[in-house]
Design a protein around this ligand. Structure first.
Ligand code: CA
Length: 239
């Protein structure tokens, strides 16, 4: 399965080789099990405005910037764009609800993956559409000495956000590697599309409520149901 996936990847992008030097990790749903909380916070914040946004839709839209998520819902439900003020206010409400919730635990098994990569001298970067300082600060707490804060790509760095390849292209640039020298680890369809659009070997881990097909259809080069399954295959992927 992995050999075939790699061959298909090389053929699709017309690369000569896949020589992994860096791993670009999404944060929500990959480093932390924060998606159930984000989903509840989004549903609650938008419900107050009469916008019906389901938890499944939150997962499908995951990776978009908060402002873009709000704007899309306004277009869909009110037939107009949201104003910048509305975006700021609604995003602030969503953030406040999220902050009032318990702190998300790390995703089971991710630490083993990150440590494996560190032991194999593969650079590790966080590439996220999130700007939640509390969660960003907890990376160092739960993954000590495994990620460099200065190398993180966050909501503060990117203009376009996933599914645009910009965040992952910025990640490649920060890691100083080419697209065929990295892997992307993602849990969300839009994040997977961003990784694929950046020309990077993109691994989908289905850590949430989506169907496996949602990740496959987004174009993931490989899909695993959990981090444990990924760990069992990681050696074959990296080498
Ligand atoms: Ca994610």
């Amino acid at each position: 399965m992995i050999k075939t996936a790699k061959e298909q990847f090389l053929q699709k992008h017309n690369y000569q080789s896949l020589n992994i030097k860096a791993a670009l990790f999404d944060m929500d749903g990959v480093l932390f099990n924060s998606m159930p909380l984000h989903a509840k916070a989004w549903v609650e914040a938008l419900r107050k405005l009469g916008i019906n946004f389901s938890e499944y839709e939150v997962y499908l839209n995951e990776g978009r910037t908060g402002f873009s998520t709000i704007d899309e819902q306004f277009l869909k439900q009110f037939g107009r764009h949201s104003t910048e003020q509305e975006q700021r206010e609604i995003y602030a409400q969503k953030s406040a609800i999220f902050k009032s919730m318990p702190k998300p635990a790390p995703i089971t098994g991710t630490l083993d993956i990150v440590k494996y990569l560190a032991n194999n001298k593969i650079a590790r970067l966080v590439v996220t559409g999130s700007g939640e300082e509390t969660t960003l600060n907890r990376v160092a707490e739960h993954y000590p000495n495994l990620f460099d804060r200065k190398q993180m790509v966050t909501a503060h760095d990117v203009k376009l956000g996933k599914p645009h390849p910009e965040p992952y292209l910025m990640g490649l640039s920060k890691a100083q590697v080419a697209a065929n020298e990295a892997i992307v680890i993602e849990n969300a369809p839009l994040g997977i599309r961003a990784g694929v659009a950046a020309g990077i070997f993109t691994i989908g881990i289905n850590t949430g409520i989506l169907k496996r097909e949602d990740l496959i259809n987004a174009g993931a080069d490989l899909v695993f149901d959990n981090m444990h399954e990924f760990l069992l295959s990681i050696e074959e992927i990296i080498h």
